[in-house]
Design a protein around this ligand. Structure first.
Ligand code: GUN
Length: 282
């Protein structure tokens, strides 16, 4: 049997409609959600992502500002820019697009953002709150994945979730969110021996490693839910971390690339920014 396709584009479009509706209500009360994205240097992939975020913000009715800084900018200049945005009442969300040029320490930059405006959920205060189970800004990609699983009524409690990848952006927050949904959680990474022996146990398999088609059909338990976070740009186009065509013959549910997790990341960025703007109003 062929797996059902988890349509991230459709779920994201529903979320974005909801955000636009709430934004209109908020605007009628005199508050326009504002997101400022800081882009340092001209990395082509980052420019594409930032452009998508700006477009989504405008469509939702937000105030969207792009602050472009040259690739030669210093850490002090970036931290100063963040301090100004922290103090600006019209700015509810601040996102510093990663990766940053080598002369800048990303951890210091993230720590300079007001945690209440940290719509990426990367600030150590938000990371700590997530781990402690305290409501906070949650990283957009893992939050979007949970929303998609909920939308498709995929059971999580008691299921074995195996995450391949331990990044601060996806793997680690994903583990905490799935744990909060009562999954049994395993995190695998580049030093995990016999990876397939773990992935074959997964009822829910999340691939977030950045290696094209590394999850093959023999690594997947029949009927499993397979979530592909990979965005690998090959000459032949975009491919995920999962060998989609082969794995869809084994899995129960699968996300495509593109059109799976990617659109949800942007939708959750809008939701996080709206949340920050509403909280500001309270
Ligand atoms: N670069 C790639 N993904 C992300 C993300 O989710 N947030 C930021 N700030 N930069 C990124």
């Amino acid at each position: 049997m062929t797996a059902g396709v988890l349509d991230g584009k459709k779920v994201a479009s529903g979320i974005r409609e909801g955000v636009a509706k709430k934004t209109a209500e908020l605007k009628a009360r005199g508050v326009t959600p504002g997101l400022t994205v800081i882009l340092v240097g001209g990395d082509p992939a980052s420019k594409v992502y930032v452009g998508q975020k700006e477009k989504a913000c405008r469509e939702a009715g937000f105030n969207s500002v792009l602050l472009e800084m040259p690739g030669t900018a210093t850490q002090e200049e970036l931290v100063e820019a963040i301090a100004r945005l922290n103090a600006a009442p019209s700015v509810h969300g601040i996102l510093v697009q990663l990766p940053l040029p080598g002369q800048i320490d990303p951890d210091s930059v993230i720590a300079a953002i007001d945690p209440a405006k940290d719509v990426d959920g990367f600030h150590p205060v938000n990371v700590g709150h997530l781990v402690a189970g305290i409501p906070c800004m949650v990283p957009c990609t893992p939050l979007g994945i949970i929303r998609m699983l909920e939308t498709y009524a995929i059971p999580m409690a008691g299921r074995h979730a195996v995450i391949v990848g331990r990044s601060a952006i996806v793997g680690k927050p994903m583990a905490h969110l799935l744990l909060a949904k009562d999954c049994t959680v395993t995190i695998c990474h580049s030093r995990t021996p016999d990876l397939a022996s773990f992935t074959r146990q997964a009822d829910i398999l999340v691939a977030a490693v950045g290696r094209p088609k590394m999850i093959t059909a023999d690594m997947v338990k029949p009927g499993a839910v397979v979530v592909d976070v990979g965005i690998n740009r090959l000459e032949t186009g975009l491919v995920g971390d999962v060998d989609f065509e082969a794995v869809r013959e084994v899995a129960g549910w699968i996300t495509p690339v593109p059109g799976g997790v990617g659109p949800l990341t942007i939708a959750m960025l809008l939701e996080n920014t709206l949340t920050a703007a509403i909280r500001d109003r309270l």
